[in-house]
Design a protein around this ligand. Structure first.
Ligand code: PRT
Ligand code: ZN
Length: 298
C-alpha cells in the first residue's frame, strides 16, 4: 500500500509565498513545481504542497482537504469568528507561531481628524475587509459603530466619503501615509501561523507532522543564533559569561600550556552585536570568532 501523504496549503502568490517556501526548504523539503501548477510533489518527504489563495487556507483544513496550512493569523481569526457567527466550530488548530508575515490590523483616521481614545469610534462608519475582528473589538469595548465591509481598497474609503475611518493591515505604515491617514489603535497583532486539522491522523502522517514541527523549531531557533568561540583569562570567566547574549551553558576548555586561560565555546541565541564583541574584548577576551549556526536540534 502507498504511504499516506500529508497535504499542506500555502499562499499561491503573495506576501507569504516566498517565506513559506523558504521555511519548507530549510526544513529539508524538496518539491518539484511546474509553472502555474496548483500542487507540488514532495520528493523526499510524504508531503505535498497545495498553492491557493490565502483566504482559502483555513477552509481547506476545515473541510479536511488539507492536513496543514500556512496562513496569517489575521485571516485565521477572521475565519474562526465568521464560523462561530454561523454556529460552526472551527476545525483547525494553530500549532506554531512563525516569524514571518508580521503586520497589525489597525484603526486609522484621516490626518487632521481628532481621536481621543476608542470612545471616539462611537457612531462612526469604519471601512474594513475584516468585519468579524472589528465587530469583536467594538463589542469588547461596548462601542456601537457602523461597519462598512469592503473587499479591497479600504484606504481610499474615507476620501470617497464611504467611511469616517478605516480598519486595515499595516506593516511599514507607508500606505497609510500616502493616503493621509493616521494609525490610532491596534485591533490585532498578526504573523504567519502553521495550522493543522484537529482530527486524528494515521500514525505515519502523524509522525511526519511531529518531524516537521521539530524541524520548524530548529529553523526558527537558529535564525538569530551564532556559535561564538574565544579565549579568556580564568579570572574573567564570570564576567565574560554574563556578556554572552542568550547563552545558557557555555563549554569551558583548558588551554594547553596556559593555566590562567581557557577557551569558551557557546551558542548565543540572540544577535551578537559589535558592541558585545567590544565589551568581551574589554573584559579580557581574545581570539574571538563568531560563526553562523546552520541547524540545531535540542
Ligand atoms: O491573492 P491572495 O488572496 O492570496 O492574497 P492577498 O492579496 O489577500 O494577501 P497578501 O499577499 O497581500 O497578504 C497575505 C498576508 O500577508 C496577509 O493576510 C497578512 O497576514 C500578511 N501581511 C503582512 C500583509 C502585510 N504585511 C501588508 N502590509 N498583508 C497585507 N498588507 C497590505 C495592507 O493591506 C496594506 O494595503 O499592505 C499595505 C500596507 O503595507 P505598508 O507597508 O504600506 O504599511
Ligand atoms: Zn487574500
Amino acid at each position: 500500500m502507498d504511504e499516506p501523504r500529508l497535504k499542506l496549503a500555502i499562499q499561491k502568490s503573495g506576501r507569504l509565498t516566498d517565506p513559506s517556501l523558504d521555511l519548507l526548504t530549510r526544513c529539508g523539503l524538496k518539491i518539484s513545481r511546474g509553472k502555474d501548477q496548483l500542487m507540488a510533489y514532495g520528493e523526499n518527504m510524504p508531503l505535498d504542497v497545495l498553492f491557493v489563495r490565502d483566504d482559502d487556507i483555513p477552509d481547506l483544513v476545515q473541510e479536511d482537504v488539507c492536513d496543514l496550512g500556512l496562513v496569517g493569523l489575521n485571516v485565521l481569526e477572521e475565519k474562526r469568528l465568521e464560523l462561530a457567527a454561523r454556529g460552526h466550530p472551527a476545525r483547525f488548530e494553530q500549532v506554531r507561531k512563525l516569524e514571518f508575515g508580521r503586520c497589525r490590523l489597525s484603526l486609522a483616521v484621516p490626518q487632521g481628524a481628532s481621536f481621543e481614545g476608542s470612545s471616539s469610534l462611537r457612531g462612526k462608519r469604519i471601512a474594513t475587509t475584516y468585519p468579524f475582528l472589528l465587530e469583536r473589538y467594538l463589542r469588547e469595548r461596548d462601542l456601537h459603530a457602523e461597519i462598512v465591509t469592503l473587499s479591497g481598497a479600504v484606504e481610499i474609503a474615507p476620501r470617497l466619503g464611504r467611511a469616517d475611518l478605516i480598519c486595515d493591515l499595516v506593516s511599514t505604515g507607508s500606505t497609510l501615509q500616502a493616503n493621509h491617514l493616521r494609525e490610532v489603535e491596534t485591533v490585532l497583532e498578526s504573523h504567519a501561523v502553521l495550522i493543522r486539522t484537529p482530527l486524528a491522523l494515521p500514525p505515519l502522517k502523524d509522525e511526519w507532522v511531529e518531524r516537521l514541527l521539530m524541524r520548524i523549531d530548529g529553523v526558527q531557533q537558529v535564525r538569530e543564533s551564532k556559535y561564538i568561540m574565544l579565549h579568556a583569562p580564568r579570572a574573567a570567566l564570570a564576567q565574560i559569561r554574563k556578556l554572552l547574549p542568550g547563552s545558557e551553558t557555555p563549554t569551558i576548555i583548558p588551554l594547553e600550556g596556559f593555566p590562567d586561560k581557557v577557551a569558551i565555546h557557546a551558542v548565543c541565541r540572540e544577535t551578537v552585536f559589535w558592541e558585545t564583541l567590544e565589551s568581551l574584548k574589554k573584559a579580557g577576551a581574545s581570539a574571538v570568532l563568531v560563526l553562523p549556526v546552520e541547524k540545531m536540534l535540542v
